[in-house]
Design a protein around this ligand. Sequence first.
Ligand SMILES: [Zn+2]
Ligand SMILES: [Zn+2]
Length: 380
Amino acid sequence: MSPTAGQVIKCRAAVAWEAGKPLVIEEVEVAPPQANEVRLKILFTALCRTDVHFWEAKGQTPLFPRIFGHEAGGIVESVGEGVTELQPGDHVLPVFTGECGECLHCKSEESNMCDLLRINTDRGTMIIDGKTRFSKNGQPIYHFVGTSTFSEYTVVHTGCVAKINPAAPLDKVCILSCGICTGLGATLNVAKPKKGSSVAIFGLGAVGLAAAEGARLAGAARIIGVDLHSSRFEEAKKFGVSEFVNPKDHEKPVQEVIAEMTDGGVDRSVECTGSIQAMISAFECVHDGWGVAVLVGVPNKDDAFKTHPMNFLNERTLKGTFYGNYKPRTDLPSVVEKYLNKELELEKFITHSVSFSEINKAFDYMLKGQSIRCIIRMEE
Ligand SMILES: [Zn+2]
Ligand SMILES: [Zn+2]
């Protein structure tokens, strides 16, 4: 049992007091975990685009003060009542979406969209009692997607915690909590390209590069990267991207360019941009007879997908995925093993590293488009 179990812990956290304003490192109080919760000591966390999006809070209901952060690696400090599957000392990855194990989705082999613990960006409190576990001088500080990893200690529902091999370096595998698994799983679990096949990846940000990494692992012979920024191609080569198309360089629609390059279309495509036009192109660029397109990017509220139904009758398939179809608790340990046995390469995603006190630099790198992933080290 940990000496701090059952007690309030005072520690440092990066608090967002207002939308778009630099985070402030504060001493906060972290309450003990309640039933079905665990308190984690975070060792490494990383910044994801989604943190930035909700920190900017443009077009959403702002919820402040708030502690962001949802890609992280840590160690269980203490457990709440009734928790048997985790114990102090376990190495874990907190995840923004969960797996209760009881609902129809969790019981289905085909779904990872847990009814109880599915991502909820509007909720700033714990699901069990609707309260926060963070406070400063009595003022509650809101949580973010049930993880709030920009804190030395955080409280998370056990259904949102994946227990992993303690041999795995947390400063590397922490990036599997979100973006990397989203792209990787979109390819490996949903598009499922065969060895020797061709795959088009739309959008070469972190998620798209992870989708390319999945295609590389699957043994794809041709990986075609599509992006509006030609400067991204050089970096993308490290992820197996072998050819590059910038839609701006062509008069005709990019789906036609790709069809010409591939004798009628690619075997698989994965769309990681959120642009509706890219989604349509990603679908229309797959080969008739067998092509499968997978949508990953989050569209705008009013978007509508428009394509001729004949594209479906000609035996093309359109799919979508959430978190690469991975069930956090069940599947993440095996992704970590893929890294440990040197199949999956994670180092190339990590372009920057800063200490916790410099966390705002991680925001700068992302906003300037300089980083794929920036690791934030909690211990200075
Ligand atoms: Zn569930
Ligand atoms: Zn994320």
